[in-house]
Ligand binder design. Structure first.
Ligand SMILES: Nc1ncnc2c1ncn2[C@@H]1O[C@H](COP(=O)(O)OP(=O)(O)OP(=O)(O)O)[C@@H](O)[C@H]1O
Ligand SMILES: [Mg+2]
Length: 331
């Protein structure tokens, strides 16, 4: 997965969703400049992928793309990781190594999970940004780096600043432009296309010939809340491909990763199970519009035609539900 997409450019990204369109336009702008970027999005929304795509589309594309996860780093390792060290700088330093900032020279340094950086890491990074200089541990020689900075965070950095957990001066240095990547559940209209793509890739990889997704299986995928976003989508599609021994994906092939499984109320789990056998799903076509209609009709019936409850179960407003029901002549 990672290698398939690591050469992606921002120009290759496609979407039909308004928030994602904005995200891609900003990414294109970001690629044309050198301003520091903050990518804000839930886990699995594609922050790492977008950072790499911005780099690939930028004037630095021929230079290195160096990732650094600041949250996983102990303070003792931090400095040598960021700035490198000379041979003998500390016990166990058997040879000189370059740090991430030095390695990223003429390229991009990607600071992942920036909101969880320790106070020490924040000070050290601020210093490089302010002076553009640093030294390896065990050396007094000042080194300069010309690295473009892209950061990723899954929580608002401004909130972290307000909570006193993130330095305000660093926040302003890093935040040339914030790009918000929408959660997958906020761009559900793209699910069928994304699922189809993933299915093509995983079927090819696993040597399976899969021709369709049964509407009831598609329905499970369309109503899921995808808290793990694209990462969860790609795992789920891979698993269902693996479990499918025929040429059509059936509902029983769809398993969501257990640690991401939403807490199910008895109501929605019985609805999920009932949907497999529900006559509304038999013999239907594979169009998304038809799946949506079938699903709205199904949930509305399950909710005993109670609009408030049906809207809640569907995760949509009463007004949207009314519109769907009008289309179904189900007033
Ligand atoms: N537009 C896309 N199309 C298909 N797959 C994608 C897309 N964006 C991301 N993915 C895939 O989703 C998975 C998660 O992406 P990525 O690692 O970039 O997310 P992330 O936001 O950095 O996650 P985390 O917060 O956990 O670091 C990866 O396997 C990636 O290849
Ligand atoms: Mg990431």
């Amino acid at each position: 997965m990672e290698s398939r997409l690591s050469s992606l450019k921002v120009e290759d990204l496609r979407t039909t969703n308004a928030a994602m369109t904005r995200c891609i336009s900003l990414a294109k702008l970001a690629a044309k400049s050198d301003v520091p970027i903050v990518l804000l999005g839930e886990t699995g929304t594609g922050k790492t992928l977008l950072a790499q795509a911005i780099h690939n589309s930028s004037a630095r594309a021929q230079g290195p793309f160096i990732s650094f996860n600041a949250s996983a780093m102990s303070d003792t390792l931090l400095e040598s990781q960021l700035f490198g060290h000379e041979k003998g700088a500390f016990t166990g330093a058997q040879q000189a190594i370059k740090g991430k900032f030095e390695l990223a020279n003429e390229g991009t340094i990607f600071l992942d999970e920036i909101s969880d950086m320790s106070p020490l890491a924040q000070v050290k990074i601020l210093r490089v940004l302010e002076y553009g200089e640093f030294e390896r541990l065990g050396s007094e020689r000042m080194l300069k780096t010309d690295a473009r900075i892209i950061c990723a965070t899954n929580v608002s950095l401004r909130d972290r600043v307000r909570q006193g957990k993130f330095r305000e001066d660093l926040y302003h240095r890093l935040n040339g432009l914030t790009i918000l990547i929408p959660a997958l559940r906020d761009r559900r209209e793209e699910l069928p296309g994304l699922i189809a793509n993933e299915l093509k890739v995983s079927a090819l990889r696993l040597g399976k010939k899969i021709t369709a997704i049964h509407p009831a299986a598609m329905d499970c995928l369309l109503v899921h809340d995808w808290r793990g976003n694209l990462r969860e989508l790609s795992h789920t599609v891979r698993t269902m491909t693996l479990f499918c021994d025929g040429d059509v994906i059936m509902p029983e092939h769809v398993h969501f990763p257990p640690d991401l499984e939403p807490l199910q109320t008895s109501a929605n789990s019985s609805e999920k199970n009932a949907s497999h056998a529900h006559p509304d799903y038999d013999g239907g076509d594979l169009l998304l519009a038809s799946a949506v209609k079938r699903h709205v009709r199904f949930v509305y019936k399950q909710a005993n035609q109670n609009q408030r409850r049906a809207a809640k179960l569907l995760g949509i407003s009463r007004a949207t539900l009314s519109r769907h029901l009008r289309e179904l002549n189900h007033k």
